[in-house]
Write a protein that binds this ligand. Sequence first.
Ligand code: PEP
Ligand code: MN
Length: 361
Amino acid sequence: MNTSIEILENWNLKNSDRPIIIAGPCSAESEEQVISTGDKLHAVGVSIFRAGIWKPRTRPGCFEGVGSVGLDWMNTVKKRTGMLLTTEVANVKHVYQALKAGVDILWIGARTTASPFAVQEIAEALKGVNIPVMVKNPVNPDIDLWYGAIERLHNSGITKIAGLHRGFSGLSKSKFRNDPHWQLPIKLRQRIKNIPMFCDPSHIAGNKELIPDICQKAMDLNYAGLMIESHITPDKALSDAKQQLTPVQLSDLLNNLIIRDKKAKNTKVNESLEELRVKIDEFDDIIFEALSNRMEISKEIGIVKKENNINIIQATRWSNILKDALEKAQKNGLSKKFIINFYELVHQESINLQNEVLNRN
Ligand code: PEP
Ligand code: MN
């Protein structure tokens, strides 16, 4: 299937180069908490107030949200501050209740994006409504699921859709709660014309400390905005306590964000950037030629292995290549992690090519 999606309407939320800031607690917990968080966030320049009313928890027995009464509390925030409201919807009942309560923007959570039936039902419930919807990436690093969820909403006539990047869970240990895999939201933006991308650094980080760097990176990648969890007393939060910032901490973070220009104003700077890019392109040509030559040799090795009935994988040869590569990485000031990842890909491709040679009649 080859549909091409183009986001038709501009979100019109931005009147400056500053990012759109969405903030609020992971969960609405009490009327007092929601109202006082709303007041404090409005005072530090937040324009959209978030709160989870129905919480999709991985395991039962955790705090699962206050339910629709939270929508009344959020509406009080809107009346007091003028901030727009957003909440997560995971099924048709949530959609109807959120629409009835006048929520301005809906978001689809990571667990829901991973479930095509749920997204389809939500998309159908939204036919003829055309409310803005932010779609979180699915929990697993599968860009097609993310794209597919957006496609379902788009097919229902929703014209204001944004991506919401909250990171991906994985098996390997990482400093993040959910690995950002920045290349995936970048690819999504390439596939969907005009889609605004928001970053949710709170669920990527899983702790307060990593949040500022993630926000800065999102700004450097020209994201439209940030959705950051904020609670008046994070230590007492009923969900995601470790990753919520106080409104004051959030304000400090926003004041320290550097917003870079899309293009340098000075033509000299643009020219020298262009020159550097030309050099990069030349090196890319060299890399391509070298890779192609390397793979040709791999195939030749495959032929020798076939003629002599030898295994493709020669464990000592591979560990020697890796050892050498790591030494060269160190000497040349390249990161070891990058070189290991790179060589694993190159090695895998060599194995695939040799496999083809060995199994060809
Ligand atoms: C949330 O935003 O509080 C939430 C549950 O997020 P996610 O769907 O990213 O886990
Ligand atoms: Mn949360």
